[in-house]
Design a protein around this ligand. Sequence first.
Ligand code: XUL
Ligand code: CO
Length: 436
Amino acid sequence: MAAFPEIGKIQYEGPTSKNPLAYRHYNAEEVIEGCTMKDHLRFSVAYWHTFRCGGADPFGAPTALRPWDDGSESVENAIRRVRVAFEFFEKLGNPFYAFHDRDIAPEGSSLAETNRNLDAVVKILREEQDRTGVQLLWGTANLFSNPRFMHGASTSSNADAFAFAAAQVKKCLEVTHELGGSGYVFWGGREGYQNLYNTDMKRELDHMGRFMHLAVDHAKEIGFQGTFLIEPKPKEPTKHQYDSDAAACINFLRAYDLTDTFKLNLETNHATLAGHTMMHEMDYAGVQNMLGSVDANTGDLLLGWDTDQFPTDLYLTTQVMLMALKYGGLAPGGLNFDAKVRRESFEPVDLFHAHIGGMDAFARGLKIASSIRADGELSEFVQQRYRTWESGVGAEIESGQASFTSLEQYMLEKGDIAPNLSGRQEMLEHLINRYL
Ligand code: XUL
Ligand code: CO
């Protein structure tokens, strides 16, 4: 029986359509810059929010109506949910999905039973992937919900927590591999501290580095060739998360010699919490060849926590797509909607409204970003702004020919610097508005 009987396959109806259950801009096969929208955007649905989130908050119970879900932590319920999820994916037309091990299957009373539960659900996921062609973007292990991880997982003060986490990630990597996932994500969860009086920071960071190497070793052993990704996020849930932003993660990966096997999965709301724009996080990761994938969502600038909302702001999606295009696309990563409907949007159809709105906002952002690039005014301006580096002293510095002594000599002769171009921020912001 269909879970969404009144909804058919969502169609592209073009920019003038007033049908909320249609795409106005996302036209999967339309080619932009030599590649289809589907391949540029690589949309993924987050299983945890879309199929496990009931809308509970610290002040109230779940509100979501999910008629297919009996609320039990049984394997039967988990399997029924998988069928519903794939009906949703087929109708929405997203090519990918992503999960945590504990979203898709219930924990048992022992690790062995938990693994058996996972296997039973993975079998159905495989079946549904084969039936629909929807693929796994990435898998990840939930190393934060269970009380055993109260002090962290790989950074726990308790070595048994590290060992449990290792066993859990081993299994999760294996099922991600079995399902053909193109990546494997580590979000820090509780890898951080609440208080430095009780924390041996060096030991915790060393343990986290060791953990990542063990994961890389196991991936080699089982033949998993997907990308490992770290997902930066500050503040939540600990006071200080070790993976607080792109810069901190890249520094960690360099310090522990992991840059060959890892990239970053950047999330918009996490960038906001870190005091950065998403454009900054993507540019920073991009220049260091560490841009892996995106958790596409947005926060609320009036609220200081991770609200995980669906992105509809065209400036944001344009900026994300400008960065994605600049660094050669997101593949094998994608745009994973790590976003949940508001507690008040409690009906099943809201899941469609949310994703359609997000997908269309990104499709439009892609078109806008591509027009900005085609016109070339922005890049021309940037090139002009740095023109003093193209020849003369600039070229000597960049090529390593200059020394402090040669530069002193140059300036003694020249006397002072000539004024440069205005930064023209206001003109450029106005220019961007022309495309929206
Ligand atoms: C938490 C978060 C996670 C990761 C995967 O804020 O974003 O859902 O995306 O663990
Ligand atoms: Co995320």
